[in-house]
Design a protein around this ligand. Structure first.
Ligand SMILES: *[C@@H]1O[C@H](CO)[C@@H](O)[C@H](O)[C@H]1NC(C)=O
Ligand SMILES: *[C@@H]1O[C@H](CO)[C@@H](O)[C@H](O)[C@H]1NC(C)=O
Ligand SMILES: *[C@@H]1O[C@H](CO)[C@@H](O)[C@H](O)[C@H]1NC(C)=O
Ligand SMILES: *[C@@H]1O[C@H](CO)[C@@H](O)[C@H](O)[C@H]1NC(C)=O
Length: 466
């Protein structure tokens, strides 16, 4: 149904139109109390301390990062973990899975096994990575990429009036958002080494940064990549069908602006569709986003998930994914003329993932992930200059891309081993930032205007071509 762009646009417009009419009728339906909760209130509702931080990038985009600390660990030094979400998602995806996780474990209990260890102590939060990390004494930072629900602001431009605001793709997320987030977190916490956990696009932008600016390998330790994406040329099904429609993509680029934003109109989507017999439409969206695994999905909770996703991105970013599928993983293709001005050549340069120079990288992948299955992992291994520190194939052969967020057993299969890896990495302070400064809990705070403490290399203005 998505193959002809006319049909797709019609369907989209009709859906929006119908929601506008159905809205007054449906509004009275009762929803799950976890739907549409503002992040800090959601975090507090689970007994944790939440903060919002506003991080300004060098090109003026204002990102919102959510930070979680457990009340048990306010006064002790906490290792910093940066958790980065994927395409059309937000920081909330690490918090909104059903409670539980431990009860799915069947097997002998061995004390040294991180899976068992966490199962016994933390049965309630095991499936929600953000809370689980806080519960284990980590200082959890979850930045939101530019243009999503929580990061729609700019020092000069208005996202609602200036179309130019939306002229970005994952290039900017990798080379502007991520460095700004890292510097900000270093500045606030006094720590020079940051543990990085990415999902999907959250892994891609880290690969890009480490390729173009290899010096970041000394800051991001370890790098834990969930459902990693380096190349999409071999991707199957799902997104591919929509994104390879040339006409639709041309339209999308011409129209520009946001893509699937979290507008008030779309807030009706979960109640209208996901909570009714039409919930198959929501599961289809999950299918598009990387594969569906019904056994791992709590269908009752779909309205909660869909009150936070899709969280929006730019149309240009979606077009960049199309380029990744039909061509290669490269910088955004602006067309020959603009490419010449921007990159000094008519074709956009490829990313050189073989230039990543880290021995602290771990990957979690699964057979049924439409974006990164066994075939793609072979390519990843061939590409890397240094071997992975560890690699985990989720033992469920049906495990898919979104199960890394919403799977019923994600606590057992993924989060347990993640905790085991993190435990090996100590806190490393910036020069002159002693542990007594570690209690930097400060409520809402302004971005640092002074120079960043650890400017890692040059600013990214022109692409370096080798
Ligand atoms: C956007 O950023 C500006 C400039 O920092 C600030 O004054 C304004 O309150 C922000 N708007 C929103 C909606 O957060
Ligand atoms: C934004 O991007 C679109 C599509 O690439 C382009 O046509 C437009 O000129 C850009 N706008 C600005 C202000 O750069
Ligand atoms: C599934 O989601 C519902 C709705 O949020 C929740 O009440 C229930 O506990 C969840 N079930 C499981 C097994 O996690
Ligand atoms: C993956 O993408 C990179 C960058 O475009 C490219 O150099 C590499 O050959 C690709 N690998 C595969 C297996 O397609």
């Amino acid at each position: 149904m998505f193959n002809k762009h006319g049909n797709y646009l019609d369907t989209y417009l009709w859906t929006v139109f119908l929601f506008a009419i159905i809205f007054p009728v449906i509004i009275k339906c009762e929803g799950d109390p976890d739907e549409f909760v503002p992040p800090l209130i959601y975090i507090q509702s689970r007994g944790y301390i939440g903060e919002s931080h506003y991080i300004t990038t060098e090109d003026g985009y204002i990102l919102q990062a959510h930070r979680i600390i457990s009340p048990k660990y306010v006064h002790v030094p906490k290792k910093v973990v940066l958790v980065q979400h994927g395409l059309l998602l937000s920081s909330m995806v690490f918090l909104v899975n059903s409670p539980g996780g431990g009860e799915y474990f069947h097997g002998p209990i061995e004390d040294k096994d991180p899976v068992n260890h966490y199962r016994d102590r933390h049965p309630e939060v095991g499936n929600n990575l953000g809370f689980l990390l806080a519960d284990h004494g980590y200082d959890v930072w979850m930045p939101n990429s530019r243009g999503n629900t929580y990061s729609t602001n700019h020092t000069k431009m208005s996202p609602f009036k200036d179309k130019k605001y939306w002229n970005f793709s994952y290039d900017e997320m990798a080379f502007k958002d991520l460095p700004a987030s890292i510097s900000y977190i270093q500045y606030k916490t006094g720590q020079s080494e940051i543990a990085y956990i990415g999902h999907s696009q959250g892994t891609t932008i880290a690969f890009m940064l480490l390729s173009e600016r290899p010096e970041y390998a000394s800051i991001l330790k370890p790098l834990i990549m969930l459902a990693p994406i380096m190349n999409l040329t071999t991707t199957k099904d799902g997104l591919k069908h929509i994104l390879t429609d040339e006409e639709l993509m041309k339209d999308l680029l011409a129209v520009g602006g946001p893509f699937l934003p979290h507008a008030s109109l779309l807030e009706l989507f979960p109640e209208v569709v996901c909570a009714t017999k039409l919930h198959f439409i929501c599961t289809n969206v999950l299918q598009i986003m990387g594969g569906l695994n019904v056994a791992q999905l709590n269908i009752t909770r779909l309205p909660v998930y869909f009150s936070y996703i899709p969280a929006g991105t730019s149309a240009q970013n979606v077009v960049h994914y199309k380029q990744m599928i039909t061509k290669r993983t490269q910088f955004f293709d602006f067309g020959p003329e603009k490419n010449m001005a921007k990159y000094g050549r008519s074709e956009p340069p490829d990313f050189r993932f073989d230039r990543m120079d880290t021995s602290n990288m771990v990957m979690f992948w699964s057979e049924n992930d439409l974006f990164c299955g066994a075939e793609e992992m072979d390519a990843v291994r061939r590409t890397l200059r240094r071997p992975l520190m560890a690699e985990y194939r989720v033992p469920d052969p049906l495990w898919s891309h979104m199960d890394f967020l919403f799977g019923r057993q994600v606590g057992r299969f993924v989060h347990g081993p993640v905790l085991g890896i993190l435990k090996r990495y100590p806190i490393v302070w910036l020069p002159g930032r002693a542990p007594q400064n570690s209690r930097t809990f400060s409520g809402h705070s302004n971005p640092p205007t002074a120079s960043h403490p650890l400017p890692p290399g040059k600013h990214f203005d022109r692409v370096r071509i080798y």
